[in-house]
Ligand binder design. Structure first.
Ligand code: NAD
Ligand code: INS
Length: 339
């Protein structure tokens, strides 16, 4: 509910990302407050809610829906837990910002799409935050302007210092490469039609059996090709970069993120340690825009269909990485709500 125009948000999942969003909503967002935090690990919920005024704490995620102070939900639990919360929010007509992935597989994503389509109005935004990053937004404007002609190739680098404990091969695609899948669709306005995954010798810095790094090749519906270096245990910093090669020029973002540091005999550029630093401004803008739209009774940004389409590419990507074959992406036709 909105109290005196202030949106009461429940944050479900208070781990790394959820706790960061609680802080953001509490201190860096206007027009919203954190009304509740829920986590199956109650201590985490309590830690995240510590110092937030009038904030309820729950260890049962669906309890937030019984709280009249809650007018919107931010979902930051692990991907497999998203569907249950999304379904409950849709049943109650509450706006949702759901961290990526919408759900980890296309079948469950399609159930969410159909539930929202049956309502006939959008309630869900997916947290593909690169769409709110200043550098990526400039690339998008340039591509849309057409001044460099048609985009032909995209080169991506996606490096993390280390993968989280328990990360599996399929998660490298569903939790990490899913960002590139959305970025390609958004930047080009084209669907990804096929995925190939090439795996060099695994780095000794990666957990045994993870098969990190990987090189992904994505083909699109109007003939563009994207390559993605996905290296989740590079050991030295967080790097997300993208170069668009078009008919009459190129454009690149992501190389120059940290400040230039000068000292005795050296001039260098700091590399951010993780996504919370690299994309801080993008998360801030994403959440502020979501709150502003929810208070107006609307939803903007990446929608359930984008979440489903990315999940379908993930499915092909997981099979491509397991088989070494080129795998075609299979999708249903979008309901009218998303056309
Ligand atoms: N946009 C981004 O750049 C970005 C970055 C990191 C994570 N994420 C996404 O955010 C989500 C959370 O990731 P994280 O890195 O914070 O994970 P995390 O493991 O740090 O935190 C997840 C939290 O959810 C809790 N949890 C588990 N099952 C739950 C359930 N059913 N209901 C409520 N809480 C539950 C866990 O106890 C934990 O505290 C994932 O969807 C992840 O893909 C997005
Ligand atoms: O969940 C995180 C997050 O989505 C990051 O943006 C990405 O760089 C990581 O690879 C992934 O594990």
């Amino acid at each position: 509910m909105t109290l005196r125009g202030i949106l009461g948000v429940a944050v479900v999942g208070a781990g790394r990302m959820g706790a960061d969003h609680v802080r953001r909503l509490d201190r860096a967002t206007s027009g919203a407050r954190v009304a509740a935090v829920a986590d199956v690990d109650r201590e985490r919920a309590e830690r995240a809610a510590d110092g937030v005024e009038d904030c309820a704490v729950h260890s049962e995620p669906l309890a937030v829906f019984d709280d009249p102070a809650v007018g919107a939900v931010l979902v930051a639990s692990p991907g497999p837990a998203h569907e249950e919360v999304l379904t409950a929010a849709l049943e109650r007509g509450l706006p949702v910002l759901c961290e990526k992935p919408l759900t980890p597989d296309p079948e469950s994503a399609l159930r969410v799409v159909r539930a929202e389509a049956a309502l006939g109005r959008r309630l869900v935004q997916v947290g593909f935050m690169r769409r709110y990053d200043a550098g990526f937004r400039k690339l998008k404007s340039l591509v849309d302007s057409g001044v460099q002609g048609r985009p032909l190739m995209l080169h991506f680098r996606h490096r993390n210092v280390s993968s989280p404990p328990g990360f599996t091969g399929p998660m490298t695609i569903r939790d990490s490469a899913v960002h590139e899948f959305d970025t390609v669709r958004w930047l080009l306005g084209q669907e990804i039609t096929a995925v190939t995954v090439v795996r060099p010798a695994a780095s000794s810095g990666a957990p045994e059996g993870l098969g990190d790094p990987q090189l992904l090749l994505l083909e699109t519906s109007r003939g563009a090709v994207a390559d993605v270096e996905l290296f989740l245990n590079c050991g030295f910093g967080y790097q997300v970069a993208c170069e668009v090669v078009s008919e009459r020029g190129t454009a690149r973002t992501g190389d120059e993120t940290g400040p230039v540091v000068e000292g005795p005999g050296a001039r260098c550029r700091e590399i951010p340690p993780d996504y919370l630093v690299r994309f801080a401004d993008a998360y801030d803008l994403q959440v502020q825009r979501w709150v502003d739209a929810a208070r107006r009774g609307t939803v903007e940004g990446p929608d359930c269909w984008d979440g489903y389409a990315a999940a379908a590419v993930c499915e092909a990507g997981v099979r491509a990485r397991e088989t070494g074959a080129r795998v075609a992406v299979e999708t249903e036709a979008p309901p009218d709500l998303y056309r």
